[in-house]
Every structure is written in C-alpha cells, then in structure tokens.
Design a protein around this ligand. Structure first.
Ligand SMILES: *[C@@H]1O[C@H](CO)[C@@H](O)[C@H](O)[C@H]1NC(C)=O
Ligand SMILES: *[C@@H]1O[C@H](CO)[C@@H](O)[C@H](O)[C@H]1NC(C)=O
Length: 196
C-alpha cells in the first residue's frame, strides 16, 4: 500500500541502479575505438576495435552509427562475428559532425549490447587533426551518405564457420542470460539518462 505513493519513475530508477552491479558483472562488451575525441575521416577506412567477454552468448552483432542531435541511423554491418575484435569502416559523403556514436546491437529485436564514446566525423583528411590508420588484418565495410530510412545494411557478414558449432550447446541458456542482461542494461541506461 505504501509503495503506491512512490512515483513509478522513481521506483524504476531505483531498481535500475540496484541492478547495476548485475549488469556490470553479467557481461563485458566495450568499444575501445573510436573513443572520446576520435576523428573519423571521409574517403578513408577508419578502425573499429572492441573487447568482449567470452561467455555472454553473443555470437554476432550489428553495427550502426547514430548522432546525438539528429534522428536516423547509418547501417554499417550486419552479423559481425563476435569472435573477431576489429573492423574498418570506409566512409563516403557521411555528414561531418562531432556527435556520432557507434552502436553494437541486435537490430532484429533492438537489443543494445554496447555504445561507443562520442566521436567526430570530418569531411576530408585536410580537416582532420590526425589520419586514422586502418587495420590491415580486419575486414572493411563501407557506408556512404546520411541516415538511411530503408534499414538496409551496407554489408552482411556470412555465418562464421568456426564458433557456431561450439556455441550450439550453450546457446539456449546463454541467450536467455544475454537477454536478461540487455534488458537490465537498457533499464540502466534509461535510468542514467533520467538522472542527467
Ligand atoms: C572527452 O574529452 C573531452 C576533452 O578532451 C573531456 O572534456 C571530456 O570530459 C571527455 N569525456 C569523457 C566521457 O571521457
Ligand atoms: C538477433 O536475434 C535473433 C533472434 O534471437 C537471431 O535470430 C539473430 O541471429 C540475432 N542477430 C545477430 C546479429 O546476432
């Protein structure tokens, strides 16, 4: 009875923060590049790197770019194998701005796995403070132009040959765990946003 007097927003905020340690220990997935202050350059391949826990059940993910100040997403790559740790993104005519984020998610059901720091995209190397070095051993995907309303990914990776079989046995329970973790993560993010 007493709880009914507590506003729902405060309650959800509280529960989001209470679950925070769970989310942090449950999975580890971090985009290490681009990071805060990184400049990506149009007309070049720009490196993306990440670090990820092994036992979170995520075998592949989709990569999108978003801007803080504008709607719309740039769809970069679908089904990136999670047992790799890097990728290059070649940019062409992508609007220059300093409020881009890279999203790793499952775009099928919209579950977010991780978000990069805010970074910039500049028009050409003449306006860049440093030149990005593409990773020679990593695959390169290209995106061109602004947000794409048709939800078409520029590149779809084929199912990875190794890893898939090994994952089969743990997939069921692990996927459930990953789903719960993602829900918690979303709750946490919305909690954090509400605080800001
Ligand atoms: C990002 O870098 C800017 C300037 O270098 C700094 O002011 C800001 O606090 C940094 N933000 C984060 C989240 O690290
Ligand atoms: C996203 O989730 C769906 C349904 O669980 C799954 O079939 C698909 O393979 C997942 N996509 C990626 C990129 O992991």
């Amino acid at each position: 009875m007493r709880f009914s007097s507590i506003p729902a927003t405060i309650l959800s905020l509280l529960s989001a923060w209470l679950l925070l340690p769970l989310a942090v220990h449950g999975s580890y997935f971090e985009i290490t590049s681009p990071s805060n202050g990184t400049q990506w350059v149009n007309g070049q391949a720009n490196p993306v790197t990440w670090e990820k826990g092994l036992l979170d059940g995520i075998t592949s993910f989709d990569v999108e770019l978003a801007r803080l100040s504008q709607d719309g997403l740039l769809y970069a790559a679908k089904d990136v194998p999670a047992d790799t740790s890097s990728l290059n993104i070649y940019l062409q005519n992508v609007p220059a701005a300093d409020d881009y984020f890279l999203l790793f998610l499952n775009s099928t059901h919209g579950v977010m796995y991780t978000v990069s720091d805010k970074f910039s995209i500049v028009a050409s190397s003449s306006s860049a403070s440093s030149t990005p070095q593409p990773l020679t051993s990593a695959p390169t995907v290209s995106i061109s132009g602004g947000p794409n309303p048709t939800n078409a990914f520029a590149t779809t990776f084929p199912p990875s040959a190794n890893g898939v079989l090994a994952w089969k046995t743990v997939e069921g329970p692990m996927m459930q765990m990953a789903a719960v973790t993602s829900v918690v993560l979303v709750a946490m993010l919305s909690g954090a946003l509400a605080v800001l």
